[in-house]
Design a binder for this molecule. Structure first.
Ligand SMILES: C[S@@+](CC[C@H](N)C(=O)[O-])C[C@H]1O[C@@H](n2cnc3c(N)ncnc32)[C@H](O)[C@@H]1O
Length: 308
């Protein structure tokens, strides 16, 4: 009988609750009220179909509100006391910058904290010097979490600007001397080249957008291009690899679909694939907002410990 990983029967919801520099304070009426460091922020969130728990006195005093009214996609931030420059944040001892972008977010995604915690465990389990590849790495918090846990990281992103922010974050985190390679390249091209060279990694992270472009205008389309990329990423796994983590925000994807793509490509390896969604949980209630889908493989057969 051929060996293949076990795909978990049930979906997991990986919840991110409040951490010292982040909280989902309240949500409702198509918006969320969050705290980033010392700033409170209101952002649109059409999924919040319910009523907010707190009254206007809490929402109206926000330091920054993203107003989608006069935008197509870009939109505007309205600041209560003037623009807020980049400001320091940290997660589990890893420092990085929050900054208000035109894309409704603050240059990182707080719900990814659930993935960061898992990555930290996997890198620690793999042992010092584990080689990690982070594709579509953006501002690099996942890369920094892995580097802080002892990994040698290759961080790939198509945007020079994002790589610049990620390097600034590494300096802020005091990790500038760790073995992190910053590569500005099309993710697919890079992986094709690594596969040809016979490179191997102990862990691979990929969080592709629905649509993107490489530095030489190479087009990335999730639904067309993910199967080949997933196949190549599996090829890059070392014999004793510790993990592969696939994340996606695209609306028409699901965790279980990502899991079965990985299962197909991981034929010949044992282990298990867990899948599901990442959600932000309100600080003082159990109300949650599901935000992205994930599937992740480990060579372990034991179900994940959800005790945290
Ligand atoms: C949604 S962000 C990824 C989020 C990131 N993993 C995180 O948790 O912070 C998408 C990133 O993919 C990059 N990107 C888009 N198309 C790309 C391509 N063809 N090759 C490499 N990176 C690409 C963008 O520059 C952007 O930084």
């Amino acid at each position: 009988m051929s060996i293949r990983p076990h795909v978990a029967d049930q979906s997991l919801v990986m919840r991110t609750g409040a951490w010292p520099d982040y909280a989902l304070i309240d949500s409702g009426d198509g918006r969320k009220l969050e705290r980033y460091g010392r700033f409170s922020v209101v952002r649109p969130e059409p999924q919040c179909l319910w009523r907010p728990r707190l009254g206007p006195e809490a929402w109206d005093k926000a330091d920054a509100v993203f107003d989608p009214s006069d935008e197509d996609e870009a939109g505007n931030w309205r600041f209560a006391k003037g623009p807020i420059p980049p400001f320091p944040l940290s997660w589990d001892g890893v420092r990085f910058q929050g900054q208000f972008t035109n894309f409704r977010h603050l240059a990182f995604f707080p719900e990814q904290a659930a993935n960061w915690a898992w990555l930290k465990d996997r890198v620690t389990a793999a042992g010092p010097g584990a080689k990690v590849l982070n594709l579509f790495g953006y501002t690099g918090v996942a890369s920094l979490v892995c580097a802080a846990a002892g990994a040698a990281v290759t961080h790939v992103d198509a945007s020079k600007r994002a790589i610049g922010w990620a390097r600034d974050n590494a300096a802020m985190a005091g990790l500038q001397d760790r073995p992190i390679r910053w590569i500005c390249e099309d993710a697919r091209r890079y992986v094709q080249r690594e596969a040809r060279r016979g490179a191997r990694y102990d862990g691979v992270i990929l969080d592709p957008p629905k649509y993107g472009r490489g530095p030489n205008n190479e087009v990335w389309r999730l639904f067309e291009d993910l199967p080949e990329l997933a196949k190549l990423c599996v090829e890059l796994l070392s014999e004793n690899a510790s993990f592969i983590l696939l994340n996606a925000y695209a609306a028409r994807i699901s965790g279980v679909a990502l899991a079965h793509l990985l299962a197909q490509e991981l034929e010949g390896r044992a282990g298990r694939i867990d899948w599901g969604e990442l959600a932000l949980k309100e600080e003082t209630t159990d109300r949650q907002i599901g935000l992205s889908f994930f599937a992740r493989w480990t060579p372990d057969l034991a179900p994940p410990d959800l005790g945290r």
